[in-house]
Design a protein around this ligand. Structure first.
Ligand SMILES: [Zn+2]
Length: 421
C-alpha cells in the first residue's frame, strides 16, 4: 500500500500542474515610464511574474481574481537608502552597538522589514547595517527563503570609514576596547581588503563614508569633512567591480562628494551641501543622487536649531538645482533613523520642494530600478517583469498623500497585504 502511494505521489509531482494564475483588475494604473495613468487594466500574474497586462486580456477560468477596480495600482516601490537594522531609538547619544545585542537587533529588523514591505516598499537597498555586522545578510536570506516577510533586500553589511570619521565611535573612553559600528579602513590596501571580506560574507553593495556626519560639518562655513581621495575611491570602485558590485558613497558635499563622483561611485547619498560644480559633475558622470530629504527634519523640535535649519535649507536648494540640471534622482529615505513603515513621507517632501508627483513616483520605481541595475525586472508593471504590485486609494498623481495609505502589496506574485474593501 505504501509503495503504491509513493508511486502515485511521484506520478502526481511529475505531472505538470495547471499554473496558478492571479488576475488583477486595476481601475487605474500608474505607468511611471510614460508618465501616464491608464484605466481598466487587467494584469495576469503567473510564477511570480507579470504574464500580460492591458485592457483586452481574457481572464482564465482557473484564475484567482483580485478586484482593485476602485484603486490605483502602481509598481512596487523601491527605497534606495534604508537601514533595516536601525531603529529610531538607536539615534540617541549611545549607539546600538553598545546598548543592544546583534541578536536583538535582528529580531527588531524582522519586524521592521515587514512594516516596510506593508508600506509598499517591495525592494530596498539597505546601505549599512550600522554595527550589526552581517545581520543584514541573514535578514535578506531569510526573506529570500520565504522564512520571514520583507522587501527584496540588497545589503551592504559594514560601511567603510576612517579613524575619527563617520560611524567611528567618538567621545568614548580610549581605555576601553569597544566594537566599531563601521569598518575602519585607513589605507587603500585596507579598503580593498575590506571590500573582499564583505563580498565574501554576502554584501550586494559597497557603502563608503566619503564625508563625515553632521558633527563634522563646520558650523560657520558648512564645509564637510572629506574622508577620501579620488584614488581611494577608484581603488574601492575597481575592487567592487571585480565582484560585480557597485559603490554608494555617503557624501554631504565638498571634496568628499567630488572625489566620489570622479572616482566612479554609482550613487551619492544625502549630498545636501553640494555646490553647483558638484551638481554638474553628477550630470556629467551620470551618477545617481539619493537625497534623503525628510530624515534631516528632527522629530524633536528643540533640535531644530539654526545650524539644522541651514542644513535643511541647503538641502532644499540643492534638490531644486539638481532637478533643474537633470540629475538622476533616486528615491531614498534613510528609514530606520525614523519609524519603519513611514518611508512614504519622503514623497511628500519631494513634492513640497517642487517635484511633480509622477516624477517622485518615477524616482522610486523606474530611476531606482536603473540605479540597482534591475530595470529589466523592476520599476514598471510590464509583461516579463517580477510581479511587484501595490495599490492605493485615490490618485497619487494628483495627491501624493495617497502613497502614505497603501492598501495592497504583492511581491513576486505573493500577496502580503490586502486591506481593500
Ligand atoms: Zn543612511
Amino acid at each position: 500500500m505504501k509503495k503504491l502511494f509513493a508511486a502515485f505521489l511521484s506520478l502526481a509531482v511529475s505531472l505538470p500542474l495547471a499554473a496558478q494564475v492571479t488576475a488583477i483588475k486595476a481601475g487605474k494604473m500608474v505607468d511611471p515610464k510614460s508618465r501616464s495613468v491608464l484605466s481598466n487594466q487587467i494584469i495576469l500574474v503567473e510564477d511570480g511574474k507579470i504574464k500580460s497586462v492591458g485592457t483586452n486580456i481574457a481572464i482564465p477560468d482557473n484564475a484567482t481574481v483580485v478586484d482593485l477596480s476602485h484603486y490605483t495600482v502602481l509598481p512596487g516601490l523601491i527605497d534606495c537608502h534604508t537601514h533595516v537594522l536601525l531603529q529610531p531609538e538607536d539615534e540617541g547619544a549611545v549607539p546600538p552597538v553598545i546598548t543592544k545585542s546583534q541578536a536583538f537587533r535582528t529580531v527588531q529588523a524582522v519586524a521592521a522589514a515587514k512594516k516596510d514591505l506593508e508600506a509598499g516598499f517591495t525592494t530596498m537597498r539597505d546601505v549599512d547595517s550600522e554595527g550589526a555586522g552581517f545581520a543584514d545578510v541573514a535578514v535578506r536570506d531569510g526573506i529570500n527563503k520565504g522564512i520571514i516577510p520583507g522587501p527584496r533586500l540588497l545589503v551592504s553589511t559594514y560601511a567603510l570609514t576612517i579613524t575619527g570619521g563617520h560611524m567611528n565611535l567618538s567621545g568614548m573612553n580610549p581605555d576601553l576596547n569597544l566594537p566599531d559600528p563601521a569598518a575602519i579602513t585607513n589605507t587603500r590596501e585596507e579598503m580593498v581588503n575590506e571590500v573582499r571580506r564583505e563580498v565574501k560574507y554576502g554584501a550586494d553593495w559597497i557603502k563608503l563614508y566619503a564625508t563625515g556626519t553632521l558633527r563634522h560639518v563646520n558650523p560657520l562655513t558648512l564645509e564637510s569633512l572629506s574622508q577620501v581621495s579620488v584614488e581611494d575611491i577608484q581603488a574601492v570602485v575597481n575592487e567592487a567591480k571585480r565582484w560585480g558590485k557597485d559603490v554608494a558613497a555617503h557624501a554631504y558635499g565638498g571634496d568628499g562628494a567630488k572625489n566620489s563622483i570622479i572616482g566612479g561611485v554609482r550613487s551619492i547619498e544625502h549630498g545636501m551641501l553640494m555646490d553647483d560644480a558638484t551638481i554638474q559633475l553628477l550630470v556629467k558622470h551620470g551618477t545617481y543622487w539619493c537625497p534623503t530629504l525628510s530624515v534631516y527634519f528632527p522629530h524633536d523640535q528643540t533640535e531644530l536649531n539654526d545650524f539644522r535649519k541651514r542644513i535643511i535649507q541647503s538641502h532644499k536648494e540643492v534638490f531644486q538645482k539638481a532637478m533643474k540640471a537633470g540629475v538622476k534622482i533616486a528615491f531614498g529615505t534613510d528609514v530606520g533613523a525614523f519609524e519603519h513603515g513611514a518611508g512614504a513621507q519622503e514623497f511628500l517632501r519631494m513634492v513640497e520642494y517642487g517635484m511633480k508627483p509622477i516624477d517622485a513616483i518615477r524616482s522610486a520605481t523606474v530611476t531606482a530600478s536603473e540605479l540597482l541595475r534591475m530595470e529589466h525586472q523592476l520599476g514598471t508593471v510590464e509583461a516579463g517583469k517580477l510581479a511587484d504590485i501595490i495599490a492605493v486609494e485615490g490618485d497619487p498623481v494628483t495627491d501624493i498623500n495617497a502613497l502614505t495609505k497603501v492598501a495592497f502589496v504583492m511581491k513576486e506574485g505573493t500577496i502580503h497585504k490586502n486591506f481593500t474593501k
